[in-house]
Design a protein around this ligand. Structure first.
Ligand code: AMP
Length: 426
């Protein structure tokens, strides 16, 4: 019988990689604090309706990509494909409209989409998600874009491209839709079958189709920003001028659309040149009608999600700094049962002092224990052999310099504490 493997499209994040992820989360947590966003942990599954109504029936995500099943109580459940809908659900469910607005929340965790797996595209992937709910000020859009850029700046990611657009609102979008349909009509047969299907239901989506023939047809398509109502137009000007105040480098891209009524005004994306086909590291925008679409009262909101796998991939490609890889600093080597007992006690003390330390659990020879310490990258080995047992002392070897001294336990601990302090201040 062959051994069971993980399903297609999912990955194990092993220790060789997970420490890099921890760095991304550490930086994100810091940025969240600096921008006033508070962390929430939301459920991984929700009622299917939340996404069909909140993300939209005619999106690829809802039509083709959701992991949906009926639970033992006969309810339709879906593994979350994204976080905005859950965030807004949570905001409404917990009456957060009574708090000071906007309510600024963030979360990180796995999302699930049945997509064709390839480099940078998985069926379970992690997102960093930030949402500011309850304000329609364009400066909140600016803040959200700035926040995503700040995370990437602190992570040292270079060569990013910021694209923004406005997709209007239910007031101005119908007019744009008509203009777009008129523009597309003569070339309808040249579009892919999905786009022909979208022509009536949701023509905006045709503009962001990746199919080369569709792209050629929409090359000179009318731009959403030329058909905005006064409110959307003013909002877009506000976002652009806010970004200019910050000196942000961005361009306006008409292909950036979210073709659903809940998505309004700002849409943006951040692309990395190092990722090949799946080059978006972050995507976001405004969703002023989402709360209503899931049964709440009208509540404006704006946010973004960034893909952790793609961030780490880009950082690896660029040779970015992930900080210090965690390792064991002190290894206690001992020979004989009585010495092992003493090693156990010292180990406990070191860990009480927050000094990362370890000992042998494989009944290895002293020589093999030194080798193990070396493999772990330990800075010190604390030896307890026969002599040390008799004298009540310990021998401390600095693995970098090779220096070795026999000391009382207190003296030894003192050196290890000082070494730990200097490591932490590095
Ligand atoms: P979206 O929710 O589709 O706007 O995606 C936001 C971000 O999540 C993207 O910019 C990607 O970085 C990441 N992402 C989306 N789908 C996947 C996937 N299947 N695998 C890995 N990352 C993804």
């Amino acid at each position: 019988m062959s051994s069971i493997k993980a399903p297609r499209g999912v990955r194990d994040i092993l220790p060789e990689e997970s420490w890099k992820w921890a760095h991304v989360f550490d930086v994100t947590r810091q940025v969240a604090r600096d921008f006033g966003y508070r962390e929430v942990h939301l459920p991984i599954f929700e009622y299917t309706e939340l996404f069909s109504r909140g993300v939209g029936e005619t999106t690829d995500v809802v039509e083709k990509e959701m992991y949906t099943f009926t639970d033992r109580g006969g309810r339709s459940i879906t593994l979350r494909p994204e976080l905005s809908a859950s965030m807004v659900r949570s905001y409404l469910e917990h009456g957060m409209s009574r708090q000071q607005q906007p309510v600024k929340l963030w979360s990180a965790g796995p999302m699930f989409r049945y997509e064709r797996p390839q480099k940078g595209r998985y069926r379970q992937f992690w997102q960093l998600d930030f949402e500011a709910i309850g304000s329609q000020d364009p400066y909140v859009d600016v803040e959200v874009i700035d926040l995503s850029l700040e995370i990437f700046r602190r992570l040292g990611l270079k060569g990013l491209e910021v694209k923004i657009n406005s997709v209007g609102c239910p007031v101005c979008r119908p007019l744009y839709r008509d203009v777009l349909r008129d523009f597309l009509k003569p070339n309808l047969e040249k579009l892919c079958p999905s786009c022909r299907d979208r022509y009536d239901r949701n023509p905006l989506r045709i503009i962001d189709c990746k199919n080369p023939e569709c792209k050629a047809v929409t090359e000179n398509a009318p731009r959403t920003i030329d058909y905005l109502c006064e409110e959307c137009s003013e909002h877009f000007v506000g976002v652009e001028s806010g970004l200019r105040v910050l000196g942000a480098d961005f361009s306006v891209d008409n292909r950036l659309v979210r073709g659903l009524d809940y998505y309004t005004k700002t849409a943006y994306e951040i692309l990395s040149g190092d990722l090949g086909a799946q080059n978006a590291v972050c995507g976001g925008g405004r969703y002023d009608n989402l709360a209503e679409s899931i049964g709440g009262k009208h509540t404006p909101g704006v946010g973004f999600a960034a893909g952790v796998e793609r961030i780490v991939l880009s950082m690896e490609q660029q040779g970015s700094d992930f900080g210090l890889q965690p390792k064991t600093d002190v290894y206690i080597a001992s020979a004989g049962e009585e010495a092992r007992e003493r090693a156990l006690k010292i180990l406990h003390e070191l860990r009480n002092l927050c000094i990362s330390s370890d000992m042998d659990y494989q009944d290895r020879s002293l020589k093999a224990q030194f080798k193990a310490a070396n493999n772990m990258g330990a800075e010190y080995v604390c030896v307890i052999g026969e002599d040390e047992l008799k004298s009540g002392m310990v021998t401390l070897k600095n693995m970098n310099s090779g220096d070795q001294q026999t000391l009382t336990l207190e003296e030894g601990l003192d050196i290890l504490k000082r070494a730990e302090l200097s490591r932490k201040s590095r």
